[in-house]
Design a protein around this ligand. Structure first.
Ligand code: ADP
Length: 319
């Protein structure tokens, strides 16, 4: 391959820039030309394409967000949308594309691969909810942001309210809630993968209060929701002053951590090495500390089990 494209799609995540940088520089190191496609598949359909040299990706490894912008596009899923995308590839001589995004974006990458533009996906989302990989770019940064904010909440919690019910992001998965809950010593962690009733939370608060626990953090994944109602019920039942807090989109921003910069760089490097060999329709993934890759179809059909062991650790240590 002589010319490849790179785009970021779906929800943005810290570390996407580090991945773009790695893709561009690995490609250039291998004698290829790189086209940056802006605004995800929208830019591919609408010919929003820029050439990226090694210096165009200077000073971005430390930045959150994505210099290529991201978007969601329903039109891309139609035959007309795909035809426009193919026309843009032809116009710019794009022979393969690195797609940085989530499972939705990988479905688009599969469609393009089937039409003759080999694509390689790189998993990036703060939610870590991509089935084929143990780790997604952005997860670590988002979790560090969460624990930083909850630690602050705890300071004021100590002075006023004694219980905080905190909602964190994660879409339909509880990965962020589980690990951050463990890290802030949450008395209870509510995730969509497990049924936990408010009564069980209250029971644990009462039980640990009897053991001398003075302040309580309840971590709730957005896929469970309902923090304000939960806070009211906890306060009404236990008499402990309780507040609900939704952390929201701040979790998506900020400078990527070392872990995110390193994994993004490794994945970008790996993706280009696949395309260089003419190998497409693959997604790069993280497994047992190593960067691996899978067929997209196979990847999309994988199932990621909930980490029951981690849940047990969190539950056992928060008494
Ligand atoms: P993510 O990539 O983070 O999962 P989305 O699910 O929003 O985010 O997908 C991003 C984009 O990928 C969509 O806006 C659409 O253009 C494309 N996409 C999503 N699902 C499909 C699909 N089934 N077929 C083709 N393209 C898709």
């Amino acid at each position: 391959m002589k010319t490849i494209g790179v785009l970021t799609s779906g929800g943005d995540a810290p570390g996407m820039n580090a991945a773009v940088r790695a893709v561009v520089r690995t490609a250039i190191a291998n004698g290829m030309t790189v086209k940056g496609i802006r605004r995800g598949y929208n830019g591919l359909m609408e010919d929003d394409v820029i050439e990226l040299g090694a210096r165009d990706v200077s000073d971005i490894i430390q930045l959150g967000g994505t210099m290529l912008y991201s978007a969601r596009s329903s039109r891309f899923k139609t035959e007309e949308g795909l035809a426009e995308a193919m026309a843009t590839c032809k116009k710019h001589g794009i022979e393969g594309i690195v797609v940085i995004g989530g499972d939705g974006s990988f479905r688009g990458a599969r469609d393009l691969s089937l039409r003759g533009i080999p694509c390689v996906g790189i998993p990036a989302t703060i939610d870590n909810d991509i089935s084929s990989t143990e780790y997604t770019i952005g997860f670590d940064t988002a979790m560090n942001t969460v624990i930083d904010m909850v630690d602050r909440l705890r300071d004021t919690c100590d002075s006023h309210a004694r219980c905080s019910v905190v909602e964190v992001m994660g879409r339909r998965a509880g990965h962020i809630a589980l690990r951050t809950g463990l890290s802030v010593g949450a008395v209870a962690i509510l995730v969509p993968e497990r049924d936990t009733s408010v009564d069980e939370v209250i029971e644990k608060i009462e039980r640990t209060r009897a053991l001398g626990k003075k302040h309580f953090i309840v971590m709730v994944a957005e896929g469970v929701g309902g923090v304000d109602e939960m806070a009211k019920k906890i306060e009404a039942t236990t008499g402990i002053e309780t507040r609900g807090t939704i952390l929201g989109h701040v979790q998506r921003g900020g400078a990527p951590t070392v872990r995110d910069r390193v994994i993004a760089s490794q994945m970008g490097f790996e993706a280009v090495n696949l395309l260089k060999e003419g190998i497409g329709n693959r997604v790069v993934a993280y497994k047992l500390g190593k960067i691996v890759n899978y067929d997209i179809y196979e990847a999309l059909n994988m199932h990621k089990p909930f980490d029951e062991y981690m849940y047990l650790v969190a539950d056992t240590t928060s008494i």
